[in-house]
Design a protein around this ligand. Sequence first.
Ligand code: AMP
Length: 288
Amino acid sequence: MKTVLDSTALKEQLDKWRYQGDRIGFVPTMGNLHAGHISLIDLARQQCDKVVCSVFVNPTQFGPTEDFNTYPRTLEDDSEKLAAANCDLLFAPNGATMYPEGLTSTVSIIAPDLTNMLCGASRPHFFNGITRVVSKLFHMVMPDKAYFGQKDYQQLLIIKTMTEALSFPIEIIGGPIIREPDGLAMSSRNQYLANDQRNTALLLFNALKQAESDLRCGALTLASSQIQEYRLALFKKLEASGFIPDYFEIKNRKDLSIAKEGVDKALLILIAADLNGTRLIDNRMIDL
Ligand code: AMP
């Protein structure tokens, strides 16, 4: 596997591959790679001739009080994992390569129905930072296909919207959530959790499974008053275990609009909560 640090070296390599007619698959990440990231590399490997992965901890998607400075940076280890997964090229730019214009200006995609709710409501800077960095990476790599995890489902839909809005000739592919054996969704932030918190974190996955079974047996319906009551009870339970809950929502999976009783069948249950300063998110697809 080759590693490049700047956009000139990146372009030189990509031009050669494109000249050969290779189809390029791209997996953008913030590094500290785990099996969730590698599953996207595997998917790209199956569908493309060359696989490019970027590792860049993107400052513009972190708020002023968030974990940009402490976010785990493990480039050497990431590089070994990518090589073992047969990735062809690692792009590991620094801040000046990604943001030569500095961080004060902004470029944004405004899709209020998608960007202002869920993670966008509690992290107002977040999706602006994501779309800004991903659009830059798309220009630099210009892949045929780009891969994103369904773990960050809202992000995946926003990237699809941005790709269409800016007419990037790139196919966006979503990969399934990869979980630990006990069900906890893999995340680079899981390592912030102490042992006992690691077990507590599992309550989020359990809440999604419980909500699915309650929906299936009719103990929970999509009526908004019932969801509100259900959410309040769930939040109380989560708070008692040390969480600060952010959201619990049942949405139409296609566009993340509120799921309507008797109408919407392809649903997504989404949950987010903070556990001792660590933000955890998870979701579960259900077809009623
Ligand atoms: P990150 O490094 O956290 O920005 O994630 C990079 C990509 O990996 C994003 O598209 C994430 O959605 C995806 N990803 C992160 N965790 C998982 C997981 N547990 N399963 C599948 N994809 C994941």
